[in-house]
Structure formats: C-alpha cells, structure tokens
Design a protein around this ligand. Structure first.
Ligand SMILES: Nc1ncnc2c1ncn2[C@@H]1O[C@H](COP(=O)(O)OP(=O)(O)OP(=O)(O)O)[C@@H](O)[C@H]1O
Length: 384
C-alpha cells in the first residue's frame, strides 16, 4: 500500500464532524518535531502555529530543509509531533493514524500502479472500500472530466506525459472526496512550461471541487500563482503568513524579501520623523522615506524596495519620494524589461526593472550617473 491511498482507505471510519465555516479545517498549535540523527537532536520544526480555513489553497513555501515536508507529514499523520497538537475540523488528531484522518496526499512521484490503466488507477480506492459499481462509474467518470482526461481511460501510465500522469494521481486522490488534499511538490518533475500550465489547472480543479489544498513547494512563483495564503518557512519556523500580494509587497523579514522575487535591501539612520513617516540617511547622496510611527531619530533601519517600483532619472526627482544617487554598473536587456544594476557611493548595489513599454523613455547607459526614486509606501522597514 502506498502512502497516497493511506488516508482514504477507511473513509467511513473518520469521525463525522459537521463542517462549520468558523472551525478551521486544519490547526497546528505549537508544533515541534525533533529527530535523533547520529546521537544528536535535530529540530526539523521549531514551533509552528497556524490555521487553515476550509476550502483554502494554502502553501508552505521555503528553501530545502526548512521543515515544510515534516510539517505536511504531521498534518497527514505520517509523523507525530514531539510537542504541540494537530486539529482537523476542530478535532484533536495528534497520534491518530493517517487512515483515520480523512486527508489524502499527492507526491511528486505519482505512485500510479503501472499495470493498471487510468480508469483502474482512479477507481482503485473506491473498489477497496467496496463502493457500488454504478457509484464508482459515476465518481470516476466525473473526476476524469474534472482533470480533463475523459477519453484516456484505457491508457497505461507509461503511455502518458508527466502532466497527464500527475492529473491521474490527482483524480485518484480526489475521487475519495477527502476533506483536505496535501500536495508535496507535485509538479517538481515537470518542465517549466508544463508546470506553469498545471499550476493554472490545479487552481481551477481546487476551485471546482472546493476541497482544502495544502501545497508544499520551494518555488515562490508557484506559491504566488495558486495560493490564497502562503506560510513562508525558514529554519523550522514560519516567518510570514499572508496572502501572496502581501508576502510580495510587504515582506515581514529580510529572509522573506530575499526569498520571494528580487529585492533590494538598504539601510540608513533615522534623521527626522513626522506623523507616520521618517527620513533615513546613509553613506550616499539622497534620502529614503519610510512610513510608520515606530521610528526614533538615530535608529538604524533596514528597508526593502522591489526593483519594479523604482524609477531611473537623470535629474534629481522632486516631491516626497525616496531618491538616491548612484552609477549604472550593468544593463541587461530581458525582452519584457531591462534590468539595471546601480551602485551607490557606499558600495550597495540596487537592482531596477524598467518595463520595455512603447513609450519607454529610459535610456540609462552603463557608467552614467543617475537618480533612483520611489514612493514612500514602497519602502518597507523590516525585521532581521
Ligand atoms: N527522519 C529524519 N531524521 C533526521 N532528520 C530529519 C528527518 N527528516 C527530516 N529531517 C531534517 O529536518 C529538516 C527539515 O526537513 P524537511 O524534509 O521537512 O524539509 P523540507 O523543507 O521539506 O526540505 P525539501 O524541500 O528539501 O524537501 C532537515 O534539516 C532534515 O535534514
């Protein structure tokens, strides 16, 4: 028996808890996971508390080794937390085996049965549960339609593309009608084009079936594309939990800013403060405006600014904007946009993306002295 089926075999035995929009589908409270590796205690997960709403597309995002898979496996029941609790639909399931959790898991390696055709692969779980043949026919047919594989029922897995095989794996997990589907890097084996197409597909399927999806990935664009909310993990902890736009536009820490997209980190000392703003100075010509009331004159503050929020100009910009002076050290043409690297007097390098629009007037050349400017609301003071 592969893990993919483990959560679904005994659907009838999972406690029937009525769904309520107030009760989260999944709740982790103070979850810690320790392993003993060569006599030493390794903390894979160092204390994660989060809750996932029913029907939500929720992603665990972070670099290799940050604890995403371990967190996911504790939700599924393949691992028990060393401390803390896991609740599914309000019920404490800590210590409850996977087959009594009413969740299913999909892996990068599709784990399809090679000797069975598509139909048999999808029907497998229902057959084991002795579901009536007419009902199997109806549910498998419906599921194959949702994953867009109608007409390919008789194919064997080896006769299908990677994307098609992953859709069979998805249908096989969803046909059991689990209350949550856990997906561990399910698109990792696909090439970029197919992966992008499958991301849109997955989101559509999730919307259609309305099941809670928990998605593990180290690919930030994948998480941004599909998720309702993202938990960015680093070294066993959640650094930020927010919708994609907020994660991207308002990174809470330097780690999140650096991990999601390209970001510029600048530091300065608070020179002046006002109602809801502060001005920073650093070892280069110009000033940085930041929003917020928490800044005190003399404090060191680190801020991030995204490359696409910055404008390049020859003359010094006027008005209440951040503006710093530097020299263009690199210009790279990337089709949709140009990427400029601008070096400031203190040695910091700033990346700027300027879209290649029809009316683009930006013509900065390598070696040219320029001003970079952006709105105060686009610099975010961050924690370390
Ligand atoms: N069974 C185990 N025994 C000892 N250490 C483990 C075990 N499983 C995981 N770890 C360690 O715990 C940490 C988190 O692992 P985990 O697999 O959860 O990370 P991940 O974020 O999913 O990484 P990846 O993207 O590479 O799969 C790693 O440092 C890993 O080496």
């Amino acid at each position: 028996m592969t893990e993919i089926q483990a959560g679904s075999e005994e659907e009838g035995t999972a406690a029937a808890v009525p769904s309520s929009p107030q009760v989260p589908a999944i709740e982790l409270s103070g979850v810690v996971k320790e392993y003993l590796a060569q006599g030493e205690v390794v903390q894979a997960v160092k204390g994660v508390t989060l809750s996932i709403a029913g029907g939500e597309f929720f992603s665990l995002l972070g670099p290799s080794g940050c604890g995403k898979t371990t967190t996911m496996r504790m939700i599924a029941g393949f691992e028990d937390p060393s401390r803390g609790t896991v609740r599914l639909h309000g019920q404490d399931v800590t210590g409850v085996p996977p087959n009594r959790r009413d969740v299913n898991m999909v892996f990068q390696s599709y784990a399809l049965f090679p000797h069975m055709n598509v139909w048999e692969n999808v029907a497998f779980g229902l057959r084991r549960k002795k579901v009536a043949e007419a009902e199997i026919k109806r549910r498998v047919g419906e599921m194959l339609e949702i994953v867009d594989l109608t007409g390919r029922e008789r194919r064997r897995p080896r006769e299908m593309s990677g994307g098609q095989q992953q859709r069979v794996a998805l249908a096989r997990a969803l046909v059991n009608n689990p209350r949550a589907l856990l997906l561990d890097e399910p698109l990792g084996a696909l090439d970029l084009k197919l992966r992008q197409a499958m991301q849109i597909e997955l989101k559509r399927i999730q919307r259609e079936v309305g099941i809670t999806f928990v998605y593990v990935t180290h690919d930030q664009s994948e998480a941004l594309t599909m998720s309702d909310r993202i938990a960015v993990m680093n070294d066993g902890l959640v650094e930020q939990l927010a919708p994609p736009r907020e994660i991207y536009e308002r990174p809470a820490t330097a780690f999140v800013a650096g991990f999601i997209g390209t970001s510029n980190l600048l530091g300065g000392t608070v020179e002046r403060t006002g109602a809801g703003w502060a001005v920073l100075r650093a070892g280069y010509q110009g000033r940085i405006l930041v929003e917020g009331d928490a800044h005190v004159t003399g404090d060191r503050v680190a801020v991030t600014v995204r490359p696409e929020k910055i404008t390049i100009s020859a003359g010094e910009p006027e008005g209440d904007v951040s503006a710093v002076r530097g020299t263009v050290s690199e210009v790279v043409y990337l089709g949709l946009y140009n990427s400029y690297t601008v070096r400031l007097a203190d040695g910091a390098e700033i990346t700027v993306f300027q879209q290649n629009a029809l009316d683009s007037t930006s013509t900065a050349e390598r070696g040219e002295a320029v001003w970079l400017s952006w709105q105060a609301r686009h610099s975010y003071a961050i924690g370390s």
